[in-house]
Write a protein that binds this ligand. Structure first.
Ligand code: C2E
Ligand code: MG
Ligand code: MG
Length: 759
């Protein structure tokens, strides 16, 4: 370097310097204070010798010494490599005063700065010289960068980018404008365990640097809040610097920084406060450099702007998602609204046309909904709609879409692979509608009419399919409601058959509802005799259903249907109450120690309140729990042993009898039997039937009787029809007998008159 000479603003040394340059400098130099006040520096360049002179301010900008330099590249050691060649050729080409050139310089102390070189008009005294001024335009560049960031984000929001593109462009923009070699965005996501973690979703680095391994490492790890520099910045919500990445423990998870020679960096959080006042921290931005950069004063302010811009994007995305949600979702039920559901059906048509697959559309209309609205008010109606929507969504198979088309109209798009079970699904929907809804202690009941159409048989567009399903639905409405109709075009034979059996079952279910309300059930009692004491020990209550038209429906037909719906619980309650009332009558007459057996369904036993409810029932009729024996089958027990057995135990503790019905038909092991809280076994009719012919059955019956004796259980044989059967049973030690041989089920009045002296 050259030694300083006496001029106010410039260090000069004349030796080796062209006199022209020296003279030009002398004649054109402004005092240093002036330059500093005006924030510019001066430069002079002699294209013939390639020598250059810099004022103190200019030298400061370029991070070199002021004064004369033998070669111009000595002045440009801090210029970013990419900008060096354009700068050299610009100067050598004797630039015209109207053309200025922007270039970047980078230093460990100040980071990256933008400079603008502007030539001045040629001095007539030194026509061969080029001279001009140098200005630091970093603030202008930052302003335009902020503008550019805003533009990038707007572009993204306008839909021309994906979020990934937008963020990567933003990162790239920041790296280029602020001189970072690596930039990345870490966003929060839930870990498989549900905790928050940070993942490196997008990164960018200067293409000439080999940062691939650092990129790979970064995108393969997750950081917990507080972990590593990124995790701690996210947790604290404050920006942070790293001056020596290699020796900073916060980089222990990312060791490839050494290999890639990354040195220093700046990490800051992206945060925003949403309209509801919540602070959101969607992620963290990090920027690293291969230079050992020191803290830069302008960065915190700039990063706050960048963070705010990205946060604004996140907030707008959130806002857009909300708007989209509002546009697509029915507010009351949370299901897809009409227009969105139509869109989904249209999409399904297009996809099915392409893939040559089919799908079904179920149109559901609630029956008797209007009276609820009129009679109980809108809130009651809303409760029904919301609850039905909830049930519907619960029933929807994977890949199905559920919509509310308006009022009490719903629709279900059933994907091709779930169509085989469409009939079962519709049955479930009808049941979901007819299961009562609770509103302020009142049970509200509706039913549904469902019409089904299939793509492509009934139509190939959304309107055609809806119209066809709607027409099918109306056929049901006109046919007495609560049912389903498959559009005739879509019903091949199998479907038609399924449809008629569903229709029958559903009809039966509806009729059962009415039966309960209309008092169409009654009980018959079949005696159970003790053949040793010759007394009637108990009666089994057996339900009967006489329809309004007089026809009798056997329990084997309607009990399984009632069991599939909530109805069995209501029927069961009715049976218990009626049986208790009748038993009280019988005991008050002349059946002093008589007990009553009542058949129970599995779902009744799944109710943990059953023991208390039954205790209240027997007490209400002045009976004791041991006067009542509850019959349940092995099959029921095995269905939900974990729910049923604790209830059984509680019942036994209260003193109720529990009888295992149809014993021998199920699969209960002896080990299970030993631990069951039961008081009696009923040998299934099928073993009794062939007792006189089948030695096996005799052995089985004998074993069951012995087993019962060992376990102190009563053993009752049911279905005893012949004297031979009775004899064998008595020989085996079975004294409790029920069957047509001794008596058939009969009405209460018949029992009272047939056995005037009691059992
Ligand atoms: P279960 O509990 O095994 O009832 C015994 C069935 O055998 C009764 O048929 C009875 O009438 C019949 N039975 C009695 N003695 C003879 C006989 O000597 N020969 C023949 N062939 N049959 C005989 P029912 O009344 O038709 O009941 C059928 C089933 O319906 C019952 O089987 C029980 O599982 C169910 N059930 C009846 N009432 C109720 C009820 O109130 N609630 C529930 N959940 N189920 C009930
Ligand atoms: Mg029974
Ligand atoms: Mg039985």
């Amino acid at each position: 370097m050259h030694e300083t000479a006496g001029h106010a603003s410039l260090a000069l040394r004349n030796a080796g310097i062209s006199p022209r340059l020296s003279l030009a400098v002398r004649q054109n130099t402004a005092p240093a204070v002036l330059e500093e006040a005006a924030a510019f520096g001066r430069w002079w360049f002699d294209p013939e010798t390639s020598q250059m002179a810099l004022s103190r301010a200019a030298a400061g900008y370029l991070h070199v010494e002021a004064g004369f330099h033998d070669r111009m590249d000595n002045c440009f050691i801090a210029v970013v490599l990419d900008d060096l060649l354009p700068l050299v050729s610009y100067l050598s080409g004797r630039p015209h005063p109207s053309t200025s050139l922007d270039f970047r310089v980078i230093s460990a102390v100040d980071g990256l700065h933008w400079l603008r070189m502007t030539p001045l008009p040629a001095d007539p005294a030194h026509p061969h010289m080029v001279s001009g001024i140098l200005v630091d335009i970093t603030p202008i560049k930052h302003a335009s960068m902020r503008e550019r960031l805003g533009f990038e984000l707007t572009e993204f929001l306008g839909g021309s980018h994906t979020l990934g593109d937008a963020i990567t462009n933003v990162i790239q923009l920041i790296c280029k404008n602020l001189g970072w070699d690596w930039g990345a965005y870490w966003s929060t996501e839930p870990s498989p365990q549900g905790a928050t973690r940070l993942a490196c979703k997008y990164f960018w680095h200067q293409p000439e640097l080999d940062l691939a391994s650092f990129g790979q490492e970064s995108s393969s790890i997750f950081l917990a809040p507080g972990e590593g520099l990124v995790g701690s910045v996210w947790k604290s919500g404050k920006p942070d610097w790293v001056e020596d990445m290699v020796n900073d423990l916060r980089f222990s998870q990312r060791t490839n920084d050494r290999e890639c020679r990354l040195w220093s960096g700046y990490v800051f959080p992206v945060t925003y406060v949403s309209a509801d006042g919540h602070q959101h921290s969607p992620g963290v931005l990090e920027f690293y450099s291969c230079l050992s950069r020191q803290q830069e004063a302008q960065l915190p302010k700039l990063s706050a702007t960048i963070g705010a811009l990205i946060a604004q994007m996140a907030r707008r995305l959130e806002h857009q998602a909300t708007i989209l949600h509002l546009a697509q979702v029915d507010e009351l039920t949370g299901l897809s609204n009409r227009s969105h559901f139509y869109e989904l059906v249209t999409q399904a048509c297009a996809m099915s046309a392409k893939a040559k697959t089919s799908f079904a559309l179920a149109f559901i209309d609630l029956d008797r909904f209007k009276p609820i609205n009129d009679g109980f008010g809108h809130e009651a109606g809303n409760v029904v709609l919301r609850e039905f929507a909830y049930r519907l969504r619960d029933l929807a198979p994977a890949g199905a879409s559920v919509g509310r088309l308006g009022g009490d109209e719903f629709a279900l798009l059933i994907p091709g692979d779930a169509m085989a079970n469409a009939a079962g699904l519709v049955e479930d929907i009808l049941r979901a509608a007819s299961t009562p809804f609770a509103f302020e202690g009142v049970e509200l009941t509706v039913s549904a009419s469902v019409g089904v159409s299939t793509y492509p048989q009934c139509g190939e567009t959304c309107p055609a399919l809806l119209q066809s399903a709607d027409a099918a639905m109306y056929r049901i409405k006109n046919n007495g409601r609560n049912g389903c109709c498959f559009d005739s075009v879509s019903s091949p034979n199998a479907l038609a058959q399924q449809q008629s059996s569903i229709a029958q079952r559903l009809q039966l279910e509806t009729d059962l509802h009415h039966a309960l309300q209309g008092d169409e059930f009654f009980l018959t009692y079949q005696p159970i005799f003790n053949t040793f004491s010759q007394r009637m020990d108990a009666v089994e209550a057996l339900i009967r259903w006489r329809r309004a038209d007089g026809t009798l429906v056997p329990p084997d037909v309607f009990i399984p249907i009632a069991e599939q719906s909530h109805l069995i619980v209501h029927i069961g309650k009715w049976v218990v109450s009626r049986a208790c009332r009748d038993l009280a009558t019988l005991r008050a007459a002349h059946f002093k120690d008589l007990k009553v057996h009542v058949n129970m369904a599995a779902s009744e036993f799944a109710n943990s309140a059953l023991p208390d409810e039954l205790q209240a029932q027997v007490a209400a009729f002045g009976l004791a729990p041991h006067n009542l024996s509850l019959e349940l089958t092995e099959g029921m027990l095995m269905k939900r042993p974990d729910q049923v057995i604790p209830v059984m135990r509680a019942l036994r503790q209260l003193g109720f009898g529990i009888s295992l019905d149809d014993f021998g038909m199920g699969h209960s092991s002896l080990a299970l039997l030993k631990n069951l809280p039961i008081s009696s076994l009923k040998i299934d009719r099928s073993f009794v039937r062939d007792l006189s012919q089948q030695r096996n059955d005799r052995a089985i019956v004998k074993t069951i009787v012995d087993l019962g004796r060992h376990m102190e259980l009563e053993v009752i044989a049911e279905g005893v029809e012949t004297a031979a059967q009775l004899e064998i049973l008595q020989q085996s030690g079975c004294s409790l007998i029920q069957g047509y041989l001794l008596d058939r089920p009969m009405a209460l009045a018949d029992l009272l008159t047939k056995y005037p002296a009691g059992g």
